[in-house]
Design a protein around this ligand. Structure first.
Ligand code: GRF
Length: 202
């Protein structure tokens, strides 16, 4: 299966996917990364892609007249690589109608909280501020809401008394990388059905 991965930052989740493909091989893992896209340049995530010899593309919101034009451009750039699955791995933009029309049902996101708790851009900070004693990460399909799509898998992380946002986020990311690699591989190898809110991986 062909994957396009979208990133906005350090790209450690992307790196975990790259490492899984490199160590297991495409045939065993079930998927290959064919391109990496971003909404900004100068990010470590793009360096990781380039080091792996992958094509990259950048579509920045500010280079387009409207959000819709940006969304259509992102969708077109992604579609050019003919992906079977698109993975948002720390991609910090909400995509629009055009992107979802093309990739809905095969667009996977990873979020650093146990959805439906603490959606949005500050899932780690919000869980900590709320006083949650466990949090974690959620890999889910993207729908037209913010972190509201069907859940595929979750991982749990305990909050420690001494945690600040960055310490907690680092521990979540360790679990998140393993979970994302596992889920993407299973989706690619086994196929899947989305039945309402339930994702069935045979
Ligand atoms: C992940 O925790 C992701 O869920 C969140 O941002 C982080 C991205 O990390 N939204 P990285 O860029 O993969 O290192």
């Amino acid at each position: 299966k062909r994957l396009v991965v979208l990133v906005s930052g350090s790209g450690t989740n992307l790196q975990a996917l790259l490492d899984a493909v490199a160590t297991q091989g495409t045939a065993v893992y079930g998927a290959e990364i064919v391109a990496v896209g971003a909404d900004r340049d100068d990010i470590v995530g793009l360096d990781r892609a380039e080091r792996a010899g992958l094509p990259t593309f950048v579509r920045r919101v500010k280079d387009f007249g409207t959000r819709e034009e940006w969304d259509a451009a992102l969708a077109a750039a992604t579609a050019a690589y003919e992906p079977d699955l698109v993975v948002s791995a720390g991609f910090m933009k909400i995509v629009g109608k055009e992107f979802l029309a093309r990739f809905g049902g095969r667009f996977v996101n990873t979020h650093p909280a146990l959805l439906p708790s603490f959606p949005g851009a500050h899932g780690v900070r919000d869980a900590l501020a709320y006083g949650a004693r466990v949090t974690g990460c959620t890999v889910h399909f993207v729908d037209d809401g913010v972190d509201t799509g069907p859940i595929i898998a979750q991982g749990v992380v305990e909050v420690r008394d001494e945690d600040d946002e960055s310490a907690l986020h680092e521990r979540i990311k360790e679990v998140e990388r393993r979970l994302l690699v596992d889920v993407v591989g299973r989706l690619a190898r086994n196929g899947y059905r989305i039945e309402g809110r339930k994702v069935v991986i045979p």
